[in-house]
Design a protein around this ligand. Structure first.
Ligand SMILES: Nc1nc2c(c(=O)[nH]1)N[C@H]1C(S)=C(S)[C@@H](COP(=O)(O)OP(=O)(O)OC[C@H]3O[C@@H](n4cnc5c(=O)[nH]c(N)nc54)[C@H](O)[C@@H]3O)O[C@H]1N2
Ligand SMILES: Nc1nc2c(c(=O)[nH]1)N[C@H]1C(S)=C(S)[C@@H](COP(=O)(O)OP(=O)(O)OC[C@H]3O[C@@H](n4cnc5c(=O)[nH]c(N)nc54)[C@H](O)[C@@H]3O)O[C@H]1N2
Ligand SMILES: [Mo]
Length: 771
């Protein structure tokens, strides 16, 4: 039990030591392999590194706790590699399988007030949490507490609320299907739909747009479709860092003759060239060029770009009828085409120029490639979802796909690339503040209970509620709410105003040190660890970005004897909160997860016979009508739906920059693995702001200067201090800094229409001399 404690860094980040080098023009290859092994050995020693990585993403092993990119499926004629993981997946595993420990002695040594002054990096590097801990009202330090007392304290607090709606139950996307299903059942049995999740800040905009256009809030491609496509459009996504295994899929598609268009304000290394560490050419050669066209778009210019592409496609169709538009598909399977065509007929090109910053010839070239492609896949991530006009932007991408009939046929489709490894599965299992009525009905029927129908709070509304005193208990199933959310100072005050905050976590993070009046830390097992219950050793299941459901079985000894699994935490808490004679057999659920899966099979659409099918070697794929049969049963009209949208893009006042907040190559969201953003040339620091050199000249700032970033929103200012300016080839008028350091600048009310996702990719800022 944690006998070996590897040393955690004593010192925090020294930004004075930051180094800035030339950015790289290619991704992965030897440095990637070397870095992943070094990080593993640093955190867990050599033997454990080899043993652990051997099981990563293998059929008898555990699902990578990194991103949601799918594994190859034998049934589709695809084969898993001996090392089916990437540099950043290996880092994610090293973080979890680390031998460093944060136990009661650590908390006795460090008062909470001191810990609150540390960076997310320092906190995360201290290691795995080993004991349940409590911070009592008025206390200065966390103290050990028994599980039983911890659940008792929380149950008393919950049961003393004047309504269950005063409690908020957050989820991060690493939670397994079994834990997620049990958790939402507990929350709804208790009496609320306040189930915000990380998806609210992530692909909520994709879900909102796609449920209107295709009738299902998920993508409509499989890995095989990517391999078979002849054109892949990657918009607002940095796969080299955030979905590195996707580069292998892009490389394979290229080998089969596909072309790639990259649309991004930054020339991300992983979009330019790829050296595949899995083959000899990738290790010693120059690697393969990836993007055939790189469109260096301005932040938030994508809606205009896709309207322009749609406009050109229609103009060419008009000039030569029957050559561009897929008329059969349009006539038979879609709705709303006439309104859409009318809306983009009179396109204002001056606005397109202003919004995109692209050459008109390039837009024409992109539209040509799209017009000539027989099988196009559109991939996107946070570069599209985190803007005020995110939902209509994604609808415009869908419009272009629909025009050419690029959905529900091999090698084509829409592919929102998900973040957290089980964020999609959590939603399927009911973690959503506005699950449909039909799901609630099934829960009622299956368990003979009555769950509430009133929609709950999402992430932004939860922060508002805690700020206003209507949200009083905050419970988090994983994640790091304090750092991941916008408006860091306001959110911290909101959390501190709660009666009680509770974090179910594997590792120390900021959310533990921004506590409510009373705070609990409930340490839990990670993906990599063996999960033994009364009914024997358990496995869990997850769903990837392409709707494939499969098992994940941990193999390592748990980080401490005191850890409980997420399922056990939910079930024990439920018994305390709801009483021992509740309609749901919580004790049995905890002992044997098969019993939870039996219920999932009866409640969750598409999950019939779950226990048997998930045990198939590759698991099973959830039904997806648009992809499987070109059916759009989920839309209002039962057809794929074109939409007409206003041309919208972020306004940029004179002397200001539009700032995006993004991930470095050395972090997983708020977990900072290290200080190397290798591809962008940044080492040993994180407080940098990337700005185009011509903008710097216009604004009278120089490369290497220290500045404060001041965001301006609705008459109020927010400040993030002491960032080093890095002259960088980003699009004009645009800047970039890392999440979560820059989250203080994102105003709580600056959100995407419809999806309520924080607009953290378009913050109006000015640079000023440091205060
Ligand atoms: N190693 C690692 N893997 C991860 C994560 C991690 O933190 N680390 N996080 C996981 C999660 S939860 C998620 S959601 C995904 C995130 O995956 P990404 O979406 O790739 O993550 P970001 O770093 O936010 O990068 C956004 C990309 O979009 C571009 N972009 C920003 N604004 C715009 C715009 O307006 N238009 C266009 N066209 N491009 C734009 C940026 O330049 C950047 O390349 O990754 C997942 N995988
Ligand atoms: N400014 C800005 N803000 C953003 C974004 C952005 O691009 N810009 N991106 C947004 C996006 S896309 C997302 S998804 C959110 C992420 O928001 P979250 O999901 O809340 O944050 P993470 O950093 O992924 O959570 C990390 C913590 O999860 C815990 N953890 C890890 N594994 C497990 C596990 O197996 N079980 C449990 N119980 N806990 C575990 C650890 O304690 C770790 O400290 O952030 C959002 N915030
Ligand atoms: Mo995400």
């Amino acid at each position: 039990m944690g006998a070996v404690t590897r040393n955690a860094p004593k010192h925090d980040i020294d930004e004075a030591g930051i180094e800035v080098h030339q950015p790289k023009t290619w991704a992965a290859g030897i440095p990637g392999v070397a870095v992943s092994l070094a990080r593993g050995v640093e955190q867990m020693g050599a033997a454990r590194t080899v043993r652990t990585l051997r099981l990563l993403n293998q059929r008898d092993g555990f699902d990578c706790p990194g991103c949601a990119w799918p594994e190859p499926r034998e049934v589709d004629g695809e084969h898993r590699k001996l090392a089916e993981f990437c540099e950043n997946g290996a880092k994610a595993v090293a973080e979890e399988a680390t031998k460093r420990r944060v136990g009661p002695e650590f908390f006795a040594q460090h008062p909470v007030a001191e810990l609150a002054g540390k960076t997310d990096y320092w906190l995360g590097q201290q290691g795995r949490l080993t004991h349940p801990m409590v911070l009592r009202e008025g206390g200065t330090h966390y103290e050990p507490v028994t599980w039983d007392e911890a659940f008792g304290l929380l149950a008393d607090q919950l049961n003393s609320l004047s309504t269950p709606d005063e409690a908020i139950f957050y989820t991060s996307g690493r939670t397994s299907n079994e834990a997620a299903f049990a958790y939402q059942l507990l929350v709804r049995s208790f009496g609320t739909n306040n189930l915000p999740d990380c998806s609210n800040m992530c692909h909520e905009s994709s879900g909102a747009a796609l449920s209107t256009t295709t009738g299902i809030g998920k993508g409509s491609v499989s890995l095989a479709d990517i391999h078979r496509s002849d054109l892949i459009v990657v918009v607002g996504q940095n796969p080299g860092t955030n979905h590195p295994r996707m580069l292998s899929a892009l490389e394979e598609a290229k080998k089969n003759g596909a072309k790639i268009i990259a649309v991004n304000p930054l020339p991300e290394a992983g979009l330019m060239r790829f050296k595949n560490p899995q083959n000899v050419r990738g290790v010693v050669g120059k690697g393969s060029p990836l993007a055939d066209e790189f469109a260096q778009i301005r932040l938030g210019g994508d809606l205009a770009l896709f309207q322009a592409i749609g406009h050109l496609l229609l103009a060419w169709e008009e000039a030569a009828p029957g050559t561009v538009v897929d008329q059969d598909f349009l006539d038979g399977s879609t709705d709303g085409y006439a309104e859409y065509a009318a809306a983009i007929k009179d396109l204002d090109w001056a606005e397109v120029d202003e919004a995109t910053g692209l050459d008109r010839e390039q837009i024409v070239r992109l539209a040509r490639m799209i017009a000539e492609s027989e099988r196009t896949v559109y991939c996107w991530a946070m570069g599209l979802t985190q803007h005020k006009h995110a939902v209509p932007t994604i609808k415009e991408v869908a419009n272009v796909a629909l025009l050419r009939g690029m959905i529900g046929k091999p090698g084509a489709g829409l592919c929102p690339v998900r973040g957290h490894s089980n964020v999609q599965g959590d939603r399927t299992m009911g973690v959503w503040e506005k699950m449909p009525e039909s799901f609630m009905d099934s829960l009622d029927e299956e368990f003979s209970i009555t769950v509430p129908r009133k929609h709950g709070w999402d992430t932004v509304d939860s922060i508002r509620a805690m700020r206003d005193g209507t949200g009083k208990v905050f419970f988090a199933m994983g994640g790091n709410f304090a750092s991941a959310t916008p408006d860091s100072d306001l959110t911290a005050q909101a959390l501190r105003a709660c009666e009680m905050t509770v974090q179910v976590s594997t590792k120390l993070n900021r959310s533990h040190v921004v506590p409510g009046r009373t705070a609990l830390i409930l340490p839990t097992l990670g993906r990599t660890e063996r999960d033994v219950q009364a009914g024997g050793e358990q496995f869990v299941s997850v769903e990837d970005s392409m709707s494939a459901v499969h098992t994940s079985r941990g193999r390592l000894a748990p980080a401490s004897d005191c850890l409980l699994s997420e399922v056990a935490i939910v079930c024990r808490l439920a018994r305390k909160v709801l009483g021992e004679d509740h309609a749901v057999p919580w004790r049995d659920f905890e002992a044997d997860y098969d019993l939870i899966r039996d219920r999932i099979a009866r409640v969750v659409p598409g999950c019939q016979d779950y226990n048997a099918r998930v045990r198939e070697p590759d698991g099973f794929v959830l039904p997806n009508a648009p992809r499987d049969s070109r059916q759009f049963t989920g839309t209002k009209t039962g057809k794929a739906t074109f939409t007409a949208n206003e041309l919208e893009y972020p306004a940029l006042p004179a002397g200001r920059l539009l700032l995006q907040t993004m991930r470095s190559h050395d972090q997983y969201n708020t977990t900072i693995y290290g200080l190397s953003d290798r591809y962008r040339g940044i080492e040993d620091g994180r407080r940098v702001v990337f700005v185009n050199p011509e903008d710097l000249a216009d604004l009278n700032f120089g490369d290497g200067e220290l500045v404060d970033l001041v965001s301006e929103w609705d008459g109020a200012e927010r400040r993030a201090e002491r960032f080093r300016v890095v002259a960088y080839p980003t699009a004009r008028g645009c800047a970039a800094a890392y999440f979560p350091e820059a989250n203080a600048l994102v105003p709580l009310d600056s959100v995407a229409d419809t999806s309520n996702t924080p607009a953290s990719k378009s913050i109006v800022v000015r640079l000023t001399a440091p205060r």
